[in-house]
Design a protein around this ligand. Structure first.
Ligand code: NAD
Length: 461
């Protein structure tokens, strides 16, 4: 028996190695930095109410001026400072303020570091960032360290260091750090979220989202060619937040579920290098970003998400936004509609219809009735003004309105720094998967243990 013991030990060792769960053995792990002692999470962070919110804007290219304009329609907002590298951009926006009868804001321009004076201003509560991707996180971190709340355009962070930098600074300073993801406020998405929260679609087990938008008309408009540069140098889904944000909200990510891992597959790069060759005579041999990138994610609660990115093919604009539930289905692009199992149909809405099953979309009048019945309270409150003010049909205004509403009342914001982290993490993690032959890559728990503390997403009222 004594002779057999070493053999038994070797067998046990071999058995324990081969039996370790598959998920653990073949996933590329993603390190999580330790939280500094005394630092705690910022889930449902409440801050002192700000009846008047004093805002400074940094980045006034194609996107920024619209944000300033929208803010002029929100009572209790003071536009204090305007900043851009280019003087003509700050001047143009200040002129717009003057023409609308608002006091001129202080202007900052001249170089890429002048924003430091803006985050340091004593008379500012919120820094609103719409610069290019490279400077988002640096400005955001400094803004919070300078005692300001910060709202940053998408994507707010481009790599794991930037993501953890924003999380740690928000946790340390107890300042809000919100990503300006407008697509979660689209009327269809908000209403569908309400349907999900009221159980109409059952358990949402699969979601899809995308950013499919041919950017050819814009390439020459971006300041210093920053967007093409990023695509030249990075493989993967570099713009995932419009597609992923609304799906994560419907699945209560870090509010009872969490993203566990992803795998990504891309095509070769054809369209963008061809554009550069034809339009600029520029030959780029090793263009990194493929024409089409598809990413699959699995969640802790056994759900799946498909996210796609394509900014070059001749396809109609498409954010997909598709939710498959156990009792119903919602789809935004290319056809907007709902399909419901018979048990979910309200007889008062469907009295004149027969055979409405999950095999087809409900007829248009039933869809309209459903959308009216489940209209999100936020849409009810602000729809009319949002449609008048505009910004992608009104959703941009709803986003700004909600940001200011919550700051004025001292309520938690609709999107926290962990949403920002999860939605942006696809940028570095899809690149990692692609560079490793589509290997699964771990998506970390950015709350560092608190993903199950809240049980569902709630917009504070
Ligand atoms: N949510 C949406 O629907 C949506 C739509 C368009 C753009 N965006 C995002 O908005 C951001 C800006 O995009 P854009 O299309 O306006 O780009 P853009 O190139 O037109 O504008 C960027 C502006 O930032 C300024 N800038 C750059 N670095 C700066 C610095 N260090 N300090 C001060 N100013 C600086 C530039 O001078 C330029 O005017 C991007 O993050 C983009 O992804 C979001």
């Amino acid at each position: 028996m004594k002779k057999l013991l070493p053999l038994l030990a070797v067998c046990l060792l071999f058995f324990s190695c081969t039996q370790s769960p598959k998920e653990e053995s073949n996933i590329i792990s993603t390190p999580v930095p330790e939280r500094t002692a005394g630092q705690t999470d910022v889930l449902e962070l409440k801050t002192d109410p700000l009846p008047v919110v004093r805002v400074a804007f940094i980045g006034l290219g194609m996107r920024g001026p619209g944000a300033v304009s929208r803010m002029t329609h929100i009572p209790g907002v003071e536009i204090v400072a305007l900043c851009d590298v280019e003087q003509k951009n700050t001047e143009k926006v200040n002129k717009m303020l003057e023409e609308r009868g608002f006091p001129k804001a202080q202007e900052f321009y001249g170089d890429t570091t002048v924003w430091r004076k803006v985050t340091a201003l004593p008379n500012v509560d919120l820094i609103y960032v719409a610069t290019d991707w490279k400077s988002h996180a640096t400005i955001g971190i400094q803004a919070m360290n300078d005692g300001k709340h910060v709202a940053i355009e998408v994507p707010a962070a481009m790599n794991m260091d930037e993501i953890w930098g924003l999380i740690n600074t928000s946790e340390k300073t107890r300042k809000h750090c919100m990503q300006l993801e407008n697509c979660v406020y689209d009327f269809f998405e908000l209403t569908t979220l309400n349907m999900v929260q009221q159980g109409l679609l059952g358990d949402v087990i699969h979601g899809e989202g995308a950013y499919i938008h041919g950017l050819q008309p814009y390439w020459d408009e971006y300041w210093n060619d920053w967007r093409m540069d990023f695509n030249k140098n990075h493989r993967g889904d570099v713009y995932p937040t419009h597609g992923l944000g609304p799906v994560c909200q419907a699945m209560n990510i870090h509010r009872g579920d969490k993203l566990n891992y992803l795998v990504s597959v891309d095509t070769k790069a054809v369209g963008n290098p061809q554009f550069l060759k034809e339009k600029r005579g520029e030959e780029v041999k090793d263009f990194r970003n493929g024409d089409h990138t598809s990413t699959l994610i699995r969640t802790e609660n056994g759900k799946s998400i498909l996210i796609e990115h394509n900014i070059t093919s001749p396809r109609p604009y498409n954010r997909m936004y598709q939710l498959t539930g156990t009792k119903g289905f919602a789809n935004k692009y290319p056809v907007t509609g709902y399909a419901l199992g018979a048990e979910s149909l309200d007889p008062s809405l469907t009295a004149n219809h027969e055979n409405l099953t999950t095999h087809s979309f409900v007829p248009d009048d039933v869809k309209a009735a459903l959308m009216e019945k489940y209209k999100h309270p936020i849409v009810k409150e602000i729809e009319e003004t949002a449609k008048k003010v505009g910004g992608h049909g009104g959703m941009d205004f709803v986003m700004d309105y909600r940001l200011i509403y919550c700051l004025q009342k001292g309520l938690p914001l609709d999107m926290d720094v962990y949403d920002l982290a999860e939605w942006c993490s696809l940028i570095p993690l899809t690149e990692k998967s692609l560079d490793n032959n589509s290997a699964p890559v771990e998506i970390p728990d950015f709350t560092r243990g608190a993903w199950n503390k809240l049980k569902e997403l709630k917009f504070a009222q």
